[in-house]
Design a protein around this ligand. Sequence first.
Ligand SMILES: C[S@@+](CC[C@H](N)C(=O)[O-])C[C@H]1O[C@@H](n2cnc3c(N)ncnc32)[C@H](O)[C@@H]1O
Length: 236
Amino acid sequence: MKQSVEREFSKNAKNYNEYNIIQKQVAKKLISWLDTHPKKIIDLGCGCGEIYKLIDWELDNFIGIDISKTMCKLHPKSDKIKILNANYEDDLFYENELKNHNFDLMISSSSLQWCHNIEKVIKNFSKISNQCAVSIFCEGTFKTIYKTAGLKSFLPKYENIIKIFQKYYNIKFEIEKNKLYFSDNLSKFRYIKKSGVSGGKRKLSYVDTKQLIQNYPLDYLEFEVLYIKGERSPLN
Ligand SMILES: C[S@@+](CC[C@H](N)C(=O)[O-])C[C@H]1O[C@@H](n2cnc3c(N)ncnc32)[C@H](O)[C@@H]1O
């Protein structure tokens, strides 16, 4: 899955700006939802800088991590920004590069849904960041597509993510359901492919995909996004 996420984002990096309509809205909401203006920020899955570009206050430093080299190259650069082309699930990378840092905020928008072990990531990063703010695509995303195809979503249940965060941070959360309308079914499926929300995970054959495109009953795609913000709990 990790390799397919990396491949998918590197392949579609140039298109990402055109097809990331929902992710852009999500990043905007996440930033406007913050209660403070943190000065030291770490961004997990920073992509080509959607979060950084929305920050309109003075920063001391900003570290962005992304597994896709192509996305990293597209991220804005300055002497206050450090972009690391790495996997934020990699323990060795965490130990060597990050363990001794201290951030005001760990932020992550539209990225953590592909984690193999999200609890490990949150546990690690809660040790080095006082606050968190994340948005995560959850199981209700593309619900009708999965139902029509008779498949199970690989996206996480929001209840499980909330429970994990509550172990490490005192949190507030919100669940948002979005719809994105299209004039035809082919455009919907092209959007899914180019936007990267599917993480490059392909479960259907060409024939099954064609049938699904023909049979999809809605004129919109469904998205379910969980927003979490919090302060590190004193017990951690
Ligand atoms: C949908 S994009 C979101 C990018 C950006 N945060 C935004 O809001 O537009 C998800 C990003 O997470 C990155 N990503 C996914 N899994 C990762 C991992 N384990 N380690 C580092 N980056 C990862 C992808 O390469 C991609 O750039």
